[in-house]
Design a binder for this molecule. Structure first.
Ligand code: HXC
Length: 257
């Protein structure tokens, strides 16, 4: 069935997913998250796609989980049917996923962006974890990923007061990798995706896994994992082509696997 709450496009070797509930500022409801999970899985399986860009609208990447849908939820039903579990589809994608954020990325919207591998922000972007104003706390990893991204003091400030951070502060704090004018946001994110999609898929997948390991394991374990992956890349066609191209002073043409 065609998705109704997201728009899925291909731009060359880059998959693009737009969250598309503009009237509700892309509030993340169950149906939208199920569609997003399926689109991500499809792109992950497609050998012609090398990277994925996830974006929203000009006004909002996403203003959070859908408060109307959550309003009548009660414990223990929330625990028995964990409605956040499908969100984690983003974390299972082996290809790089770039969040392109304009406008509000609040609550679950900020958490969804942080589940991606990197965030490119428009100058209009506003990040925040305002759940405290609703009598709840972040529930899709926000307390953990924001603290790792910007440090304890800033994460506490944002999560305890619910205040937003603008794009300039997000760049200074290390939450986003680049800030660009709003009209260039998609172009910049797609160009980043296209650059990645030209490279050796095995090296890209391992680079992503290695950096992500830095947030999930000890330094010693992470370095061990990196070493194993580094050494195994010497068994790939990508390594042969990359190094041959350098020595022969020509551009590399990486194989698909
Ligand atoms: C449902 C939402 C929504 C949300 C906005 N809308 N955010 N609906 N859930 N999270 C709807 C509004 O109800 C309104 O619908 C329409 O979008 C436009 O929003 P306005 O408030 O009229 O716009 P504006 O005055 O510009 O204010 C923008 C805003 C505000 C500052 C982003 O909408 C806001 O504070 N939204 C809630 C942000 C939030 O608390 N997010 C965290 C949610 S909890 P109508 O029909 O009235 O036009 C969360 C937990 C995640 O995310 C945990 C993991 C699952």
């Amino acid at each position: 069935m065609a998705p109704e709450m997201i728009v899925v496009e291909r731009h060359g070797a880059v998959g693009l997913i737009r969250l598309n509930r503009p009237k509700a500022l892309n509030a993340l409801c169950d149906a939208m998250m199920a569609e997003l999970a399926e689109a991500l899985r499809d792109f992950d399986r497609d050998p012609e796609v090398g990277a994925v860009v996830l974006t929203g609208s000009e006004r909002a990447f996403a203003a959070g989980a859908d408060i109307r849908e959550m309003q009548d939820r009660r414990f223990p039903d929330t625990a028995l049917a964990d409605f956040i579990a499908p969100w984690e589809a983003v974390l299972t994608v082996r290809k790089p996923v770039i969040a392109a954020v304009a406008g509000f990325a609040l609550g679950g919207g900020c958490e969804l962006a942080m589940m991606c591998d990197t965030i490119v922000a428009a100058e209009t972007a506003k990040f925040g974890q305002p759940e405290i104003n609703l009598g709840i706390i972040p529930g899709a990893g926000g307390s953990q990923r924001l603290a790792r991204a910007v440090g304890k003091a800033v994460a506490m400030d944002m999560i305890l007061t619910g205040r937003n951070m603008d794009a300039a502060e997000a760049l200074r704090a290390g939450l986003v990798s680049r800030v660009v004018p709003a009209e260039r946001l998609l172009e910049e994110a797609l160009a980043m995706g296209a650059k990645i999609a030209e490279l050796s898929p095995a090296a890209v997948a391992m680079a992503k896994a290695a950096v992500n390991a830095a947030f999930e394991t000890t330094l010693r374990e992470g370095v061990r994992l990196e070493r194993t992956m580094f050494l195994s890349l010497f068994g790939t066609a990508g390594q042969r082509e990359g190094m041959a191209a350098f020595v022969e002073k020509r551009p590399a043409r990486f194989p698909d696997a």
